[in-house]
Design a binder for this molecule. Sequence first.
Ligand SMILES: O=C1O[C@H](COP(=O)(O)O)[C@@H](O)[C@H](O)[C@H]1O
Length: 250
Amino acid sequence: MLGRISVFPSPQELGSALAQLIVQRAAQSGGRFTLGLSGGSLVGLLARELPSAASTGTGTGAGPWFVAFCDERLVPPEHPESTFGSYRDRLFLRLPEPKPTVLGVDTGLSADEAARDYAERLREAFHGDAVPVFDLLLLGVGPDGHTCSLFPNHPLLQEKEKIVAAITDSPKPPPERITLTLPVLNAARTVVFIATGEGKAAVIKRILEGNEDNSLPAALVRPHTGQLLWFLDEAAAKELTVPFEKHSIL
Ligand SMILES: O=C1O[C@H](COP(=O)(O)O)[C@@H](O)[C@H](O)[C@H]1O
């Protein structure tokens, strides 16, 4: 399943369209809006565009936002690699009232304990559902095809039972992380992959135009009933030969 591919002239235009999509989905959720955030370059895109889009979007009937993390690096929030810390400092405080409820990972625990604890609190937040169904998950993709902290050829790609798993040998530092597993990613109502820059062009082509036994982690995200969207800038899309939609919103 390829999903719908949207290509924007620049990361700024992509960020702006993504912010609009988030605000729209929040309004459409008709109650609590559940959003899963990834780290890395996504933080900057959202920090630049979401506060103003969300402020304009208030009063549209949107309910409260519940925000969780698609993965987290096991470092304290003050550490520059902390996904929670980056969002706290660059985004959450700038969102309009009511502020989202944010479910952070307890990075003081061991990786296994942190994963167990996060899974338990996630299940509570989703009223005991075996597999949480997020309204919207925002996923990044690394140049090696990883998404969340699911890396190529790693045994975690086979995980079927756990909703959150620990990894202590991440090939990308820091080595200790926790991550949502494929069953949660594939249960979401909407998954958006976001990739910008020339450094992603080759892997985006492999994921979207590779052969059927493509086992790159990002290629294994195929929502069962949900929608799959790709938001790329022109640099990341430059090797694609499959049809895509070109957008310009400025
Ligand atoms: O390590 C990670 O990398 C991916 C991709 O990050 P990017 O900076 O290349 O966009 C990110 O989605 C994930 O959350 C993060 O932990």
